[in-house]
Design a protein around this ligand. Structure first.
Ligand SMILES: Cc1ncc(COP(=O)(O)O)c(C=O)c1O
Length: 292
């Protein structure tokens, strides 16, 4: 498969208030966000030209920056307007949207109070995060050696670039071992999430999901919980230990990029792609095209 580099594409993106040619969206190598991870981002999807949960994503972008100690110089409404503008300019109906905000180059040391805050929004066509083949058979997850840090070790509620360092390491280790993705435990040894999505488990007919007290409380996760409750499925949010996998009958991931994707294996343990997962996959597929 030939890769089309992300810095060498046709089209436009939105950056610091203007729509500019895609290839002109450049930053200097001495950028605080690059050296010190003072950078937050979002991942959104458009379905039929409508961005699913745009308010929630835009709000979370602002909140993520606040948690990293900086303020994005645009209101939520302005970010939403810019998102819709670039989506229309790129003529994307079904695609992925990546807003990103970072500290600039005015200071180049740990302190960064006087750096300018930049914002860019890019969008492109991106049908599926995992291959259709992996989605159909269910993902195979490798247990990561990295654990999600405690809330007093990192700003864990922020969708901050720095928190993805261990996700990339975990995902690479998983792929090197022939798996699709990794399951990450948290600092207590409890089940946390995958490298870019939250997790759900079917146990005794109910849907169980870990309490998001040290990782992202995903927008997809909350949508899936709503969809399950609407269908009379019991939803239990609680701490879940890895030893409980023994009694689990179905597993799936939920995230904007991953959508609802079944898991067929965690380490040595196998799971069926069951009825409840199928129901919620279909329900989520229908929900994303409806108004928020
Ligand atoms: C680490 C991580 N956890 C969870 C999620 C799911 O969040 P959301 O459903 O809001 O996309 C994502 C995806 O953005 C993620 O990257």
């Amino acid at each position: 498969m030939s890769l089309i580099p992300f810095d060498d594409r046709d089209g436009y993106l939105w950056m610091d208030g203007d729509i500019i040619p895609w290839r002109d969206a450049k930053i200097h190598v001495l950028t605080h966000g690059l050296h010190y991870a003072s950078c937050v981002f979002e991942g959104e999807r458009a379905y039929g030209g409508k961005v699913f949960k745009l308010h929630e994503h835009s709000q979370r972008l602002l909140k993520s920056a606040e948690l990293l100690g900086f303020t994005i110089p645009y209101a939520r409404e302005e970010i939403e307007k810019a998102t819709l503008k670039i989506l229309a300019k790129q003529n994307i109906k079904d695609g992925y949207i990546r807003p990103v905000a970072w500290r600039g180059s005015e200071m180049m040391a740990v302190s960064a109070q006087k750096t300018r805050i930049h914002v860019a929004i890019a969008c492109w066509e991106w049908p599926s995060y995992f291959s259709q083949e992996a989605r159909a058979r269910g993902l195979r997850l490798h247990l990561s050696k990295w654990v999600r840090p405690a809330p007093n070790m990192a700003p864990t509620a922020s969708k901050a670039a720095g928190l993805y360092m261990i996700c990339t390491l975990s995902k690479h280790a998983a792929e090197d071992a022939g798996f699709d993705d990794a399951l990450m435990l948290d600092y207590r040894g409890l089940i946390a999430e995958a490298t870019g999505a939250n997790m759900f488990f079917v146990l005794g007919g109910a849907l169980h999901t870990p309490t998001p007290d040290c990782f992202l409380d995903g927008i997809t996760r909350r949508t899936v919980m709503e969809l399950a409750k609407e269908r009379g499925i019991e939803v239990v949010e609680r701490h879940i230990g890895p030893e409980e996998l023994e009694n689990v009958t179905e597993v799936f991931l939920a995230g904007t990029a991953a959508e609802v994707t079944p898991v067929s294996q965690i380490g040595e343990r196998s799971f069926n792609v069951g009825r409840l997962t199928q129901t919620l996959m279909e329900a989520y597929g229908a929900r994303v095209t409806q108004p928020d």
